[in-house]
Design a protein around this ligand. Sequence first.
Ligand code: NAG
Ligand code: NAG
Ligand code: NAG
Ligand code: NAG
Length: 608
Amino acid sequence: MRPVSVWQWSPWGLWLCLLCRLCLGSPSPSTDPEKRAGSQGLRFRLAGFPRKPYEGRVEIQRAGEWGTICDDDFTLQAAHVLCRELGFTEATGWTHSAKYGPGTGRIWLDNLSCTGTEQSVTECASRGWGNSDCTHDEDAGVICKDQRLPGFKDSNVIEAHVRLKGGAHPGEGRVEVLKAGTWGTVCDRKWDLQAASVVCRELGFGSAREALSGARMGQGMGAIHLSEVRCSGQEPSLWKCPHKNITADDCSHSQDAAVRCNLPYTGVEAKIRLSGGRSRHEGRVEVQVGGPGSLHWGLICGDDWGTLEAMVACRQLGLGYANHGLQETWYWDSGNVTEVVMSGVRCTGTELSLDQCAHHGTHITCKRTETRFTAGVICSETASDLLLHSALVQETAYIEDRPLHMLYCAAEENCLASSARSANWPYGHRRLLRFSSQIHNLGRADFRPKAGRHSWVWHECHGHYHSMDIFTHYDILTPNGTKVAEGHKASFCLEDTECQEDVSKRYECANFGEQGITVGCWDLYRHDIDCQWIDITDVKPGNYILQVVINPNFEVAESDFTNNAMKCNCKYDGHRIWVHNCHIGDAFSEEANRRFERYPGQTSNQII
Ligand SMILES: *[C@@H]1O[C@H](CO)[C@@H](O)[C@H](O)[C@H]1NC(C)=O
Ligand SMILES: *[C@@H]1O[C@H](CO)[C@@H](O)[C@H](O)[C@H]1NC(C)=O
Ligand SMILES: *[C@@H]1O[C@H](CO)[C@@H](O)[C@H](O)[C@H]1NC(C)=O
Ligand SMILES: *[C@@H]1O[C@H](CO)[C@@H](O)[C@H](O)[C@H]1NC(C)=O
């Protein structure tokens, strides 16, 4: 699942904010004592299970204790004030009844009533701090506009310092912490329940249920930031616990620490079930719809149902990852339920339940409504997770002017830009940006092509079978994201080129062998093999972003799709190319990523 984002301000940030509002001629801060206490002592964050970094359950820290807000009397006006406290310009919506999951600890505010123009939540009316008769099932949330308050420096907003990756269920995963703008893992030495509880609380969950060692939630890639963390359990962040700084020599990713947090009960699993499958991990998806008195079960239209939607269904069922999202389920028994009650389901893959995904309203639009064409899933406790070795791309990138007479095979496989068709074959050349791709499977299940052997395609030129139509996208983008080189859709023959010490190879392309990438192995496409390039013949000199995306259509299930893209800064002067800053899509903090995207600090892509 997507890590829970926690945004909070330092008191210093709040203070700067007040100063800058003063400069902008806004009303001066009130002299109300609570208000002054607020500007010094209150901190805000978005917690729970949000889908976006600008939404979530609102939590306020007061006198060192985090707590929530009750939804009684809550309005959009109150949400406006809270979104500004969180550093956003305004609210676009608010939620009630613990939509992002119930919080823990205090309920700080109840019957909160704001006009919407207050500078601080302390200026709004309420029953008073800590005075509430609500339960956490009534926790309020906000959806802020994805726009930061002007005049705010990025440094005023402290991003989440911790996130969970690779877990099959919400509230579990490999622990990753942020240091100097880069995410890294925690070594499992001395890892215990106290330290794990600090992580869980920082993410807005309760205490930890389990502290896991030995990369039980998969291995990270890149930096290891902390080791021998010793917490009492009360610290606000892992960084506040005594710890050792660490280098890659001291610890390896096979020792990455992970947690399972105690989760508040959200009840979403009661609204979904499977029918017809051979085991409890598979079947046709049935969802419960309707209000009190008219509750009933129904099926989901199979149109457009895919991996992302299946991931959400499996998560909601508490069954882990989706192995497959099925649009046809004729081979399973049909149950009693035959009515299609949901259609047009579109998920981003991080939602907690299907009703959080976009879908048609009460009017069902479905091409085929027979039971056998309704949506099904096969869930699994494990999944693969592919990552591209970004440092290797950087080390191996170079330009080659390759004569056309050596490119017949590549042209046949569509590895050249379309302008190559009008070239004067076999004379002349194409300019290619070449680099090596080393794709690791760091998940907990082998990566296997979805298509069976019977549908693999023989490629005469290269003398092997392609098992996936589109395995990677290679692109050159301008800093604003426009594609300049026609990326090609590389199809590959998947195999284990090499493995970690204790793992043996299982997949090999030669002789119509089984294809895939074993956990702990990697598939290497060296810079000097055919099609391992981007045709940049038509690209003008300038500053660009080189981007590689693996498994771009989510054809095969993975535990984490946020790390499937790799980006580099790329500077081309017409003769030479410099590739630097290569990183996996989610290796940087949001702020560091914004700096990267602004590269090279100018608006046009002209050469300096
Ligand atoms: C708080 O809000 C609830 C729900 O709107 C209302 O029933 C209750 O009377 C309010 N309590 C106070 C003290 O205003
Ligand atoms: C660890 O690194 C941080 C920042 O890089 C530094 O402030 C701290 O003193 C270091 N601690 C130890 C024990 O080396
Ligand atoms: C299906 O119908 C039978 C007979 O009416 C009933 O006993 C059974 O509980 C139903 N199953 C479900 C899943 O509703
Ligand atoms: C992005 O940049 C390209 C070339 O630099 C330009 O043609 C295009 O209009 C820009 N698009 C946006 C949305 O700014």
